[in-house]
Design a protein around this ligand. Structure first.
Ligand code: ZN
Length: 465
């Protein structure tokens, strides 16, 4: 008899984007995460292919967190007929309101650009999805608190636990009707003792575990704020501008926190800091609105009636004119702008302006996926293609991975040691091949568990009841 319950890997297997896992339990079909593929063109093209399931037949979606590589295909799912509930935490729901609309706007802009420049194979070029699709998706959000399990459909239930990665982020435990297997999805895991958010919560039991492996082959630098102080002070000494391509969600808030703290401790001079991203500004407000997500230090500082997510001379730049005007200014100053991997957004014109300047610094402080400008800079490219021109890289390029919101291999092991016994099956997802393979080796040698790197498209049969 064929298994009544299965799990299929439909994204983030052998790569770090496009997170999608389909769990079928009898007639119930639940999609865990609904992420966009990003980075290399071959990956991005996958977003345009039909889903390997009928969107209208899905019972529900459960989201681990709001990052686009975990949630950004939701409007597409709705466009293709999905009408069920989308379960997530309330922090995730608030972030999605900003992020899905932004993702839709980017899709629309990209199609508009292709039409104006006539480089699309399709006439007219169409966006992957529209603002209207994103708005329809937002109406399906059904926030659920962490801690208690909730019904997804019929005998299928889920439970969120703190993942400590970004606001609202959670691990997902799924319990089925037709199989006794407890399935745990790590989503993206955060780190211990980071500012602002709670630490990740341990999980004690899983029969089948899907574990992210983004930094499975790396250990983050220990003292990121000391490195940040060095980079800022060296840039100040040269009279340059520090340009930080930063994700609007999580990274920008952590940077503001760290800069404010360095200023408070007299480790750096008080500098003008421009947050040049309307989305980062909105997201910072959402972070402030969710005290249940804040760790003790953040709560204590907030009680002192001063936002800890703000440096002493911060300026929030919302308009395009304000953004352009920054090009006329000279350093020292700090510009934080999206996108985090320099794939688009306002950071592009800052890079165009400052990369040829030897006094300036570009600070990469997050994961830089293969195929992005951020990765090219990280790999020491001498020129970078921007607005159709090759721009010389004379500015210093520095990398601080201590600011990552992702667990490194030490954090991942610490989280795994929380399990009372080895899960029967462990699959590594959400990692480039070397990172996943490195983590698999570590888990085998340190924990003695059997573990596999998930294969794209493979289907796993769950235990029958
Ligand atoms: Zn994430």
């Amino acid at each position: 008899m064929p298994a009544r319950s299965t799990l299929q890997f439909l994204g983030a297997a052998g790569t770090v984007t496009g997170s999608k896992f389909l769990v079928c339990d009898g007639d119930v079909r639940v999609l865990i995460d609904c992420g966009l593929f990003q980075g290399l063109k071959a990956l991005r093209l996958r977003n345009w292919k039909p889903f390997p399931f009928a969107a209208q037949d899905l019972s529900a979606v459960v989201l681990s967190h709001a990052h686009v590589d975990h949630s950004g295909a939701l409007p597409l799912l709705v466009k293709r007929g999905f009408r069920g509930p989308v379960y997530c935490t309330s922090g995730t729901a608030d972030l999605l309101e900003v992020m899905l609309l932004d993702a839709a706007r980017l899709q629309e802009e990209e199609a508009g650009f292709a039409n104006r420049h006539g480089y699309s194979k399709h006439h007219p070029a169409l966006p992957l999805y529209t603002t209207a699709d994103a708005e329809r998706a937002l109406r399906l959000l059904a926030p659920r608190p962490r801690g208690d399990s909730f019904v997804v459909r019929h005998g299928v239930s889920a439970r969120f636990r703190q993942a400590g990665h970004i606001l609202g982020s959670s691990t997902v435990e799924l319990r089925l009707a037709e199989s006794p297997d407890a399935i745990v999805f790590s989503g993206d895991l955060g780190r211990w003792k980071r500012p602002i958010l709670h630490d990740p919560e341990l999980v004690q039991h899983a029969d089948v575990l899907l574990l992210e492996s983004t930094y499975g082959d790396r250990v983050h630098g220990v003292d990121a704020s000391a490195q940040l102080a060095r980079v800022i002070n060296e840039t100040v000494d040269r009279g340059g501008v520090l340009v930080v391509p930063a994700f609007a969600v999580g990274r920008t808030q952590e940077l503001l926190w760290a800069i404010r703290k360095l200023e408070d401790d007299d480790k750096i001079p008080v500098l003008p800091v421009y947050v040049d991203s309307p989305m980062a500004v909105n997201v910072t407000e959402i972070y402030a609105r969710h005290p249940e997500e804040h760790d003790l230090e953040m709560r204590l500082l907030t009680d002192a009636r001063r936002s800890p997510l703000s440096s002493h001379r911060v300026e929030l730049v919302r308009t395009v004119e304000g953004s352009r005007a920054l090009n006329e200014r000279s350093g020292p100053m700090i510009v934080i702008a999206g996108s985090g991997m320099a794939t688009g957004g306002r950071v592009l014109h800052h890079l165009h302006r400052r990369l040829p300047d030897e006094a300036s610094t570009v600070l990469l402080c997050g994961y830089q996926a293969a195929g992005t400008r951020g990765r090219a800079l990280e790999d020491g490219a001498k020129t970078i293609r921007l607005h159709g021109q090759d721009v010389a890289v004379r500015a210093r390029v520095e990398r601080l991975d201590g600011f990552s919101a992702h667990a490194d291999r030490t954090d991942l092991l610490r989280w795994l040691r929380g399990f009372k016994s080895a899960p029967r099956e462990v699959y590594l997802v959400h990692g480039e091949p070397d990172a996943s393979a490195g983590l698999a080796d570590l888990i085998r040698t340190q924990l003695g568990w059997s573990v596999r790197v998930a294969q794209d498209g493979e289907t796993l049969e769950l235990a029958p009841s």
